[in-house]
Design a protein around this ligand. Structure first.
Ligand code: PEP
Ligand code: MG
Length: 540
């Protein structure tokens, strides 16, 4: 048995087989082959595997985002059959006696350049697609795609995981994440918490662990590879106890979030996609306090259409049946990179063109999202929230654009909620300092403590080396939160916290004393938080 320590980024115990996830190789080498027909056969097998993968992705997308979102995978399957594309690959392998990887990558590049140069918009858009399918075949040839065997639930081990990779994974097959890199404040760790599965970062992972029976104990930040019988029995008992405690918490479903002295608070849930609503309902959240809508833009290769977004927002609102659903507009940038936005490379993306700044620079993208949100507001209790605000002018500009979209919808006789609630994230020190002025402009504030900590303490939340310095309990942060709550209330805005600090049991009492109105946390943490609130006496 190997016992190793790391850093826990999501609590809980998982027991299962460890599987290594390898990122697709970016560079392809040109190699001479002696048996060209064998190479052709290798290509054809890989192409068939790629086709099967695309069919699976099509079925998954059809279920999760609907027909128009799934259509791209059908297009990709058709492109794999394209005669010119295939002939080019066959020719290159046979004439130049090169390896299949090189022939596919080179053909992909050539076709992509050719499409990109076309005047016709439709064909120009195919440039990315042909690159995509070529990369897929190359990954299969390199054995990358095949190395992630997730036919049964597994513990995933990786050097690092980007949010765009994590959202594409089949969540029903994941028991836990273990990575060498990454930080507990990254969006991948947040996703693990939303999914309610254990995760650990800063683990010195080894290749030969691949396929081994493993226990991840996110409570003590320990991993056991090939556990002994004794450890297995002990950990199974702890896991059973954990399950029992979770069962006991279920008895709190339907109960109020009220302290012994009668102070109430709303407990809402944070989600990243439509599928997370099941966990929100199972854990009896009073609403959704943060729907990170940018996850609809990650893991796809083109902008989600207004229709796709409308379907996603409407489904969430309908499933929440009148409970509040706060949807945050697109917050990409920093660790959430989306290639098709073609943003310039920045030295400091966390302080770069991100979130609302992109929306204000590219109003067409913003307006598409606002239209989808407003249309969905006719089907439930939707509020819209804007991220990364730093000024009153920005909020006024946003409100102006929102009014334009409302006017267009009115003109077209499309139903939406006229008095839709709007709020902003307070996650920059600037917005804290002017929260008295901002409160006049909006209905609510939601404090994003993840970024607020990063920008206040000048600590990159992604940088694992800085974690010893990343102290969200810093008095500066707590004073800021108090200031925002008091200013919000004076200006008639309610105030919540949707950053990870909202779920910190050591601070719940302090937030309640400050007069917080809402805490929005991972769905799996709702009932535990309800329990501690119900046992709390603010007068005692
Ligand atoms: C935050 O910054 O606290 C927040 C909730 O937003 P995100 O983690 O998605 O940046
Ligand atoms: Mg943030």
């Amino acid at each position: 048995m190997i016992t190793i320590k790391g850093k826990s980024s999501s609590k809980g115990i998982a027991i299962g087989r460890l599987v290594k996830y390898v990122k697709p190789e970016a560079t392809v080498k040109r190699e001479k082959v002696s048996d060209v027909e064998a190479e052709v056969a290798r290509y054809e097998t890989a192409r068939d595997t790629a086709k099967e993968q695309l069919q699976k992705l099509y079925d998954k997308a059809l279920k999760e985002v609907g027909e128009s979102g799934a259509a791209i995978f059908e297009v990709h399957q058709m492109m794999l059959e394209d005669e010119d594309y295939n002939d080019s690959i066959y020719n290159m392998i046979r004439t130049d006696a090169v390896n299949a990887e090189f022939a596919v990558a080179k053909t992909g590049e050539n076709f992509s350049e050719m499409f990109a140069g076309m005047d016709d918009e439709y064909f120009a858009a195919r440039a990315t697609d042909v690159k995509d399918i070529s990369e897929r075949i190359v990954s299969v040839l390199a054995g990358v795609a095949g190395s992630l065997d997730m036919s049964e639930p597994v513990i995933l081990m990786a050097e690092d995981l980007a949010p765009s990779e994590t959202v594409q994974m089949d969540k029903s097959k994941l028991l836990a994440f273990v990575t060498r890199l990454g930080s507990a404040n990254s969006h991948t760790a947040i996703l693990a918490r939303t999914m309610g599965i254990p995760s650990m970062v800063e683990v010195d992972i080894q290749d030969d662990w691949d396929g081994k029976m493993t226990i991840v104990d996110g409570n003590t930040a320990t991993i056991y590879i090939d556990p002994t019988e004794e450890v297995m029995v002990k950990m199974e008992a702890l896991k059973a106890e954990e399950t029992k405690q979770k069962q006991l918490l279920l008895e709190l479903k339907g109960k109020e979030n009220v302290t012994l002295d009668g102070t109430k608070v709303n407990l809402y849930a944070n989600i990243g996609n439509v599928g997370d609503v099941a966990a929100v309902l199972a854990n009896d959240a009073g609403g959704i306090g943060l729907f990170r809508s940018e996850f609809l833009y990650l893991g796809t290769d083109n902008y989600p259409s207004e229709e796709d977004q409308f379907n996603a927002y409407r489904t969430v609102a309908q499933n929440m049946a009148g409970k509040k659903v706060i949807i945050r507009t697109l917050d990409i940038g920093a660790d959430k990179q989306v290639d098709y936005f073609q943003l310039d490379k920045e030295d400091n993306p966390a302080m770069g063109l991100r979130a609302i700044r992109i929306c204000l620079e590219r109003p067409a993208i913003f307006k598409t999202q606002l239209r989808a949100l407003l249309r969905a507001s006719a089907f439930g209790n939707i509020s819209i929230m804007f991220p990364m605000i730093i000024s009153v002018e920005e909020v006024k500009k946003i409100k102006g654009i929102l009014e334009e979209v409302k006017a267009e919808l009115r003109e077209a006789n499309v139903a939406f909620k006229e008095d839709i609630e709007i709020g902003i994230m307070i996650e920059t020190p600037a917005s804290v300092m002017i929260s008295d002025l901002l409160a006049e402009e909006v209905d609510f504030f939601s404090i994003g403590t993840n970024d607020l900590t990063q920008y206040t303490l000048a600590i990159d939340r992604q940088n694992a080396k800085l974690e010893p310095f990343y102290n969200p309990h810093h008095e500066a942060i707590l004073r800021m939160i108090n200031m925002v709550i008091q200013n919000g209330h004076k200006g008639g805005a309610w105030v919540g916290i949707c950053g990870e600090l909202g779920a910190d049991p050591e601070l719940t009492r302090r937030f309640m004393e400050m007069g917080i109105d809402e805490l929005s946390v991972s769905p799996s943490l709702i009932l535990g938080l309800r329990k501690s609130i119900r046992e709390m006496d603010l007068k005692g």
